[in-house]
Write a protein that binds this ligand. Structure first.
Ligand code: PGA
Length: 250
């Protein structure tokens, strides 16, 4: 039985005061989240403060972004070993905002996936189709291509220690959530794709759904057999909402 994982992607939001306050509220409520794992992704500049609040707690924290070299002349970047040194366990890789707004290629995403694992971090690999791709029935092909590119670069064994997040681009930040059936169909497709390579890994990998997850729709999504949690954006900035989503997973 796969454990549920609820991830909060805080994106470029918050002040030092607001993210500290949010971390403290989550910390105080953590006993009520049961068997569900939690991880939050503050901005890089807030990560140090959040790590001091959440270290030694059941709430994990991670980084939204990094550059896949250990160190060097890469002005403005941070590395996976630096993130790991802060106590982070997870990093996001391949989020559609990074793909679309910052031009991240499949090649860079595969490099980041590998660099994360080499540093001892678990990558949450995000995949998903645009509205146009869904409307032209290319969803499965897009997801397969995004996964296959990473697989070809990193090898099957690397999928042993990763999380996959299915995030339809048309559902991110739009208030349009995939229906539980739509999401389940893609999650099952991903698990079948994995099982063609290795059944054990396919059964082990947690597949999260992301895209306008809120407390009102979380329960019906989590009731689906292949939805192992959520990657939550907007609703993760509101402690009560985020905790209600975590509760729905428990
Ligand atoms: P959203 O974002 O929950 O605000 O749609 C999800 C994400 O980008 O991971």
């Amino acid at each position: 039985m796969r454990k549920k994982l609820i991830a909060g992607n805080w994106k470029m939001h918050g002040t030092l005061a607001s993210v500290s306050a949010l971390s403290h509220v989550l910390l105080q409520s953590v006993s009520s989240t049961g068997d569900t794992s939690l991880v939050v992704f503050p901005t890089s500049i807030h990560l140090q403060s959040v790590s001091e609040i959440l270290k030694d707690s059941p709430i994990a924290f991670g980084a939204q972004n990094f550059y896949p070299e250990d160190s060097g002349a890469f002005t403005g970047e941070i590395s996976a070993p630096m993130i790991h040194e802060l106590g982070c366990r997870y990093v996001l890789v391949g989020h559609s905002e990074r793909r679309q707004l910052f031009g991240e290629s499949d090649n860079l995403i595969a490099k980041k996936f590998l660099a994360a694992q080499t540093a001892g971090l678990t990558p949450i690999l995000c995949v998903g189709e645009t509205r146009e791709e869904r409307e032209t029935e290319q969803t499965e092909q897009i997801i397969r291509d995004q996964l296959a590119f990473v697989l070809a670069e990193v090898g099957l064994a690397a999928f042993e220690n990763c999380v996959i997040a299915y995030e339809p681009v048309w559902a991110i930040g739009t208030g349009l959530t995939a229906t539980p059936d739509q999401a389940q169909a893609v999650h099952l497709f991903i698990r079948h794709w994995l099982s063609r390579h290795n059944e054990r890994i396919a059964q082990k990998v947690q597949i999260l759904y992301g895209g306008s997850v809120k407390s009102v729709n979380a329960g019906s999504l989590f009731a689906m057999p292949d939805i192992d949690g959520a990657l939550v954006g907007g609703a993760s900035l509101l402690a009560e909402e985020f905790l209600a989503i975590c509760k729905a997973a428990g």
